[in-house]
Design a protein around this ligand. Structure first.
Ligand code: NAP
Length: 277
């Protein structure tokens, strides 16, 4: 299916690894020009280089429709005003005129709520609530003026089924979810072809999950393989998701065909959430 995205511009945050990279890959393979942001320059540049190489294979060396497709990188911390300014100033990029914005940054650390001080909360809220809100604020009016826009926020299944040790994530992401629910229904955006949705990962095979599994193994005295197997056993699909399939869902939410889906929380968790709705 042609998603109708060829030639559009996407800003993909947290794009050097994991779920953000999956989104950047899926969008690029649909002919979207992408600006990829992450802090670590080396991994980011390698990820972009791999996407460029894949695109060359996909098009057998020919530029798509004779137009060169851009895969740009900005090594910056997206949770800072300077980092966001750098993303909007990417050389060869569209400035602030993105058609698609995928918001994403690392998740807050797990822990006990008794140990979190104001600073820990502000960091979590900055990364997982205020940064997406700033990116939305900077881009949606331009999208509405051009008649097309897609915001996809990578949040977490913890928004639907909170995990006690991830209180910082539960709290910050729920704030973003409430904000998005309201803004998505604003006719100045909804009637102008702009959709805002949240994509909620359950357990996906990325570096982040490897870290949390290693942490759990250390805490419980079990091996990494035992912890992994126990987690997989809880998922009806009996596997973790892949960043590639997460990216494909994101690309669909960005598609022309998904223009009537807005203000939704789309859960991708292999059936782990046990509720009907
Ligand atoms: P990951 O594999 O660790 O990748 C995170 C990506 O974000 C990396 O490219 C990282 O690169 C970048 N990043 C982190 N902080 C950043 C910042 N301040 N500015 C710019 N880039 C930043 O993580 P993931 O598994 O893809 O997770 C992505 C998001 O989904 C996280 O918020 C995570 O909590 C959430 N999530 C994941 C799962 C899962 O199963 N994987 C489940 C639920 C929720 P640099 O470190 O170089 O910046």
């Amino acid at each position: 299916m042609d998603l109708g995205l060829s030639g559009k511009w996407a800003l993909v945050c947290g794009a050097s690894k994991g779920l953000g990279l999956g989104c950047a890959q899926a969008l690029a393979s649909e002919g979207v020009n992408v600006v990829m942001v992450a802090r670590g320059a080396e991994t980011l540049h390698a990820a972009a280089e791999k996407i460029r190489a894949d695109l060359l294979c996909q098009s057998s060396g020919e530029a798509l429709n004779g137009v060169e497709q851009s895969v740009l990188t900005v090594a910056a911390d997206i949770t800072t005003p300077e980092g966001r300014a750098a993303a909007f100033a990417a050389a060869g990029g569209p400035g602030m005129a993105f058609d698609i914005v995928v918001t994403n940054a690392g998740g807050p650390p797990p822990g006990d709520f008794r140990d979190w001080d104001r600073d820990a909360w502000l960091k979590a809220i900055d990364a997982n609530m205020l940064t997406p809100i700033e990116l939305i604020k900077a881009t949606v009016d331009g999208m509405a003026a051009r008649g097309f826009g897609r915001i996809v926020n990578i949040t977490s299944s913890a928004v639907k089924a909170p995990i006690d040790i991830l209180g910082l994530s539960n709290g910050a992401r729920s704030g973003l979810t409430g904000f998005v629910a309201g803004v998505a229904r604003n006719p100045t955006l909804a009637a102008k072809g702009v959709t805002l949705n949240n994509l909620l990962p359950g357990k996906f095979d990325t570096d982040r999950i490897k870290t949390t599994i290693a942490g759990a193994a250390q805490k419980t005295g079990k091996t990494v393989d035992e912890v992994r197997a126990a987690q997989i056993a809880q998922i009806p699909a009996k596997r973790f998701g892949t960043p590639q399939e997460f990216g494909q869902i994101c690309a669909f939410l960005c598609s022309v065909q998904a223009g009537y889906i807005t203000g939704q929380n789309v859960l991708a968790d292999g059936g782990a959430f046990p509720g009907t709705f």
